[in-house]
Design a protein around this ligand. Structure first.
Ligand SMILES: Cc1cc2nc3c(=O)[nH]c(=O)nc-3n(C[C@H](O)[C@H](O)[C@H](O)COP(=O)(O)OP(=O)(O)OC[C@H]3O[C@@H](n4cnc5c(N)ncnc54)[C@H](O)[C@@H]3O)c2cc1C
Length: 386
């Protein structure tokens, strides 16, 4: 049986950030991925500054390479639209729009090219695990089982296999709950008029907040257009999510004109958005959970790539310490959870506060829309999305 110090499950942004960080260590690492790269990924394709800053924290060279990466479009401003009111915020280094198929493959290629100590297994879904343990701690860690019946031994697990992870649920005992989740759909369009190539658009209606409709311009005149919101809220609507998005576009005077000659060039596809609810249950004896598997998506912007990469990196740093000290205890892996909280808990708490206030008192959106004409206040609001 192949044996490793650390096994990472999932090679999305969280898993790749972990693998790239661990490539700088002497640990024996396995990276398991159920698909083969490049693989498509349903997303709004908005790659925020936290994602690229995490890449830079891993290696300036990787960051420089991403700056040269042709498949991305710079986002220099965000246009917020509420009740025909448009507020444009110019931002420096806000992020990029980059098709996830390309962005994720970029990260994955870095792992393949630069990580001698990381053995990569594609087309290898980890199906289940057995936990090894005895009182003397002579046996510890996990045996992983893949779909082909192969087994692998590891001391430490980094779980990064995305939303609704059955592995994370088994490890933490926490069951999937619709209450904490959102859902979003997106499609690619060509020929949407009136777009500013470097400005992403967020359109709001009070009944869907914190959900919104987005238009993210990409290269070659293509736009990623999508809509998402909290499952509980969308369930109370008479129409399904696709109908909401399509009726929004066809029912809004301005959008109707802008989409008059647009053509949809992909299926409308969707996925889960596991919002963070200020619950960080992402570590335990022998494991750490990152990204969507740990429900780390921002509760207002719906962005998750940045927190996925940050959590992957922090888990990897803690993993190195665990291997060096041969201590895989819950107290030790908890240090990862603490480091993550230190970085994002305050921000999450603030956003939840704002989110709950607006849900309770929707007129606040009018107020925000009005006060956001004041650049200073608008800058504060804009940080929710940054
Ligand atoms: C419609 C939509 C739009 C979105 N738009 C944005 C956006 O614009 N910006 C943003 O920041 N976020 C956005 N998000 C959220 C974002 O997609 C996620 O937060 C992000 O992908 C999380 O990264 P991750 O690495 O945790 O998980 P993932 O990207 O889901 O990666 C998990 C990986 O694990 C693999 N895997 C799964 N199970 C197994 C297994 N058993 N064994 C091995 N491998 C496995 C998967 O194949 C996948 O490669 C959007 C989400 C949706 C649904």
């Amino acid at each position: 049986m192949l044996s490793f110090d650390i096994a990472i499950i999932g090679a999305g942004p969280a898993g790749c950030a972990a693998a790239l960080t661990l490539a700088q260590s002497n640990c024996r690492v396995a990276l398991f991925e159920k698909e083969t790269f490049p693989r498509p990924k349903i997303c709004g394709d908005g790659v925020c500054d936290r994602s690229v800053n995490t890449l830079r924290a891993i290696s300036q060279e990787y960051y420089d390479e991403f700056m040269q990466f042709a498949e991305k479009q710079t986002m220099s401003s965000t246009t917020f639209v509420y009740k025909n009111n448009r507020s444009v915020l110019n931002l420096k280094n806000f992020g990029y729009v980059c098709k996830r198929e390309f962005f994720d493959n970029f990260l994955f290629s870095l792992v393949q090219r630069n990580s001698q100590n990381v053995e990569v297994f594609q087309q290898t879904p980890v199906q289940y695990f057995d936990k090894l343990s005895n009182q003397e701690k002579t046996e510890q860690g996990f045996i992983l089982h893949d779909a082909q019946g192969n087994t692998y031994k590891t001391y430490l697990l980094i779980v990064a296999n995305g939303a609704k992870s059955n592995i994370a649920q088994q490890l933490t005992g926490e069951k999937y709950s619709e209450k904490e989740n959102g859902v979003a759909i997106r499609a690619y369009y060509e020929g949407v008029s009136g777009c500013d190539a470097q400005s992403i658009e967020l359109h709001y209606k009070k009944e869907y907040f914190p959900g919104y409709l987005w238009i993210f311009p990409m290269a070659n005149g293509i736009c990623n257009v999508g809509f998402g919101g909290a499952i509980e809220k969308l369930k109370t609507q008479p129409e399904n999510i696709q109908a909401i998005m399509q009726q929004w576009i066809s029912g809004d005077e301005e959008l109707k004109k802008r989409f008059a000659n647009a053509r949809i060039i992909s299926p409308i596809q969707g996925g889960l958005v596991p919002y963070n609810n200020n619950v960080f249950n992402c570590s335990g004896e022998g494991f750490m959970i990152c990204g969507d598997a740990a429900s780390l998506i921002d509760p207002i912007s719906g962005g998750g790539i940045g927190n996925a990469m940050l959590s992957g990196r922090l888990a990897a740093l803690q993993a190195v310490d665990c291997v060096q000290t041969q201590d895989f205890s819950a107290q030790k892996t908890k240090l990862y959870e603490e480091a993550l909280k230190k970085r994002i808990q305050r921000e999450i708490k603030n956003r939840l506060r704002i989110q709950r206030a607006i849900i309770r008192f929707p007129f606040l959106l009018n107020v925000l829309s009005f006060v956001s004409k004041n650049q200073k206040i608008f800058n504060r609001i804009a940080r929710w999305y940054n």
